[in-house]
Design a protein around this ligand. Structure first.
Ligand SMILES: CCCCCCCCCCCCC[C@H](O)CC(=O)SCCNC(=O)CCNC(=O)[C@H](O)C(C)(C)COP(=O)(O)OP(=O)(O)OC[C@H]1O[C@@H](n2cnc3c(N)ncnc32)[C@H](O)[C@@H]1OP(=O)(O)O
Length: 264
């Protein structure tokens, strides 16, 4: 892929906007450029009356999204890229848009990748896809919604084991647990996600959007509950993300070695 290729691509297909994370050389890991381009695409989708459904997928055949860019983090760059609170990577997690979103998970969905799937309304997964929150292996914390969305979307004890061990689930197990709507052959992920999107786009947009708004309002609890979840996450995350573990955990990944955590 040319070095100057954009980190995310946008493709309008009738009433469906397809956003493709486009850093396959880095397993579509989220850096500031990718976050900003995803944010711009989401803002366009939200404001364009012609767009009724958004499909989010990853470039290449190996990864949907491998989470935050650990090389950037190991260089001390912020995970919360400036300006992405409303629309960027974190924005997608914290401020779901009013239109239905479908994650077409074409491979690894790890860390922020799983958090993007958790923040999506529907998930179509490749048979080879894997879902996980390995942040704790890097000294990090699933601060983009993982820590409170995962226990809400799958059984609590399974969610706790995933968060504490950092070990992934395969697509079949994720579907059994309710994290995935459809598991399809790897080659069919985008086609199947688009077919589902067209099915939704054929229905009354305002009614579909109102259904999403009310359902999320109930599932996420009252605004105060949702805000306290984020505030609590942020309080815990800041403590974790400013620790020496972050530098050691991410450097260990970059240097392809086991991390050596400081004795606590
Ligand atoms: C202060 C808090 C405020 C809270 C409110 C809002 C916060 C907003 C910001 C918070 C964001 C938090 C996001 C999230 O919770 C945090 C994370 O996501 S941490 C990252 C978690 N992900 C991982 O640990 C996965 C890392 N990758 C792997 O384990 C493996 O690469 C793989 C995916 C299992 C594939 O393995 P392999 O097949 O062996 O392939 P390679 O490992 O060789 O990878 C190929 C190539 O890609 C590069 N790469 C892979 N993953 C990443 C990555 N995450 N970052 C950067 N680069 C990655 C890898 O280095 C290889 O490159 P090469 O070495 O060939 O140059």
């Amino acid at each position: 892929m040319p070095d100057d290729a954009p980190a995310a691509l946008v493709d309008q297909r009738g009433h469906v906007l397809v956003i493709t994370l486009n850093r396959p050389h880095a397993m579509n890991a989220v850096n500031a450029e990718l976050s900003e381009l995803v944010g711009t695409a989401l803002e366009r989708a939200e404001q364009d009356p012609e767009t009724r459904v958004v499909v989010l997928t990853g470039a290449g055949e190996r990864a949907f999204c491998a989470g935050a860019d650990l090389k950037a983090v190991s260089r001390g760059e912020s995970l919360a890229a400036p300006g992405n609170e409303q629309w960027g990577f974190a924005g997608y997690a914290r401020h779901p848009i009013s239109k239905p979103t479908i994650a077409a998970v074409n491979g690894f969905a790890l860390g922020g990748g799983t958090e993007l799937a958790l923040a999506s309304d529907l998930v179509v997964a490749a048979e080879s896809a894997k879902f996980g929150l390995p942040e704790v292996k890097r000294g990090l914390f699933a601060a983009a919604g993982g820590v409170f969305r995962l226990p809400r979307q799958i059984p609590q004890k399974i969610a706790m084991e995933m968060m504490f061990t950092g070990e992934p689930l395969d697509a079949a197990r994720a579907a059994t647990l309710g994290l995935v709507n459809h598991v399809v052959p790897d080659a069919d992920v985008l086609t199947e996600a688009l077919a589902l999107a067209e099915k939704i786009a054929a229905n009354a947009p305002l009614a579909v959007q109102a259904s999403k708004r009310v359902a999320l309002g109930i599932v996420d609890g009252a605004i105060s509950a949702e805000d306290s979840a984020w505030d609590n996450t942020r309080e815990n995350a800041v403590g974790v993300m400013t620790s020496e573990d972050v530098r050691e955990g991410t450097l260990a990944f970059v240097e392809k070695r086991a991390p050596v955590w400081q004795a606590k």
